[in-house]
Design a binder for this molecule. Structure first.
Ligand code: SF4
Length: 176
């Protein structure tokens, strides 16, 4: 098994932040999943590279996340890691439940170590997760490209992508 084949994690999450002011636009609920195979040097969340870090995700967790997203002042849900695209057992479940509850009235932002081009051509359920996302910050954290205070990202290689426009145009369209 290679990194690319890991789509379902172990069903663990590192933490939920009820109100985050930094993980995307506006006030958001943030979910950090556990498990990332990329092992970037100076990863911002090294503990969550372990697929069994934190606590198990279950229906109660899902309900808590949806409830956190309910207030009008919450703009949406942000999913970080760990690697969201290696934890579809958690992240696709959340994304689909989030869309069912809120439609397009709130936004979904996701951070990934994969490149958009790879995900858009993936033959697994990753594409289903991608289709539910509004804004994707893609690419691994590259230590020598680190720059402080970049909005929503840690290193210069990462891109902030408008997923719907990118899928429509079959090329990356940056989110503005
Ligand atoms: S992709 Fe993100 S979570 Fe995974 S090792 Fe790199 S910085 Fe850490």
């Amino acid at each position: 098994m290679t990194i690319l084949n890991i789509t379902q994690g172990q069903g663990y999450i590192a933490k939920i932040e009820r109100q985050s002011f930094v993980d995307g636009e506006g006030v958001r609920c943030s979910l950090y999943v556990s498990g990332c195979p990329f092992a970037c040097l100076n990863c911002y969340n090294k503990a969550a590279q372990n697929f069994k870090y934190g606590e198990r995700f279950n229906n109660e967790t899902l309900n808590e996340i949806l409830k956190n997203c309910e207030p009008d002042y919450i703009e949406g849900l942000s999913i970080l890691g760990g690697e969201p695209f290696c934890n579809l057992d958690v992240t696709l479940t959340c994304a689909q439940a989030f869309r069912k509850r809120f439609g397009d009235s709130k936004t979904l932002w996701v951070w990934t170590g994969f490149l958009f081009e790879y995900l858009a051509n993936d033959q697994t359920l990753r594409i289903e997760f991608l289709k539910n996302i509004d804004v994707l910050i893609d690419g691994p954290f590259i230590n020598h490209l680190y720059k402080p205070n970049l909005p929503y990202k840690g290193s210069l290689n990462q891109r902030i992508i408008d997923v719907h426009k990118s899928l429509e145009n079959n090329k990356v369209v940056e989110y503005t």
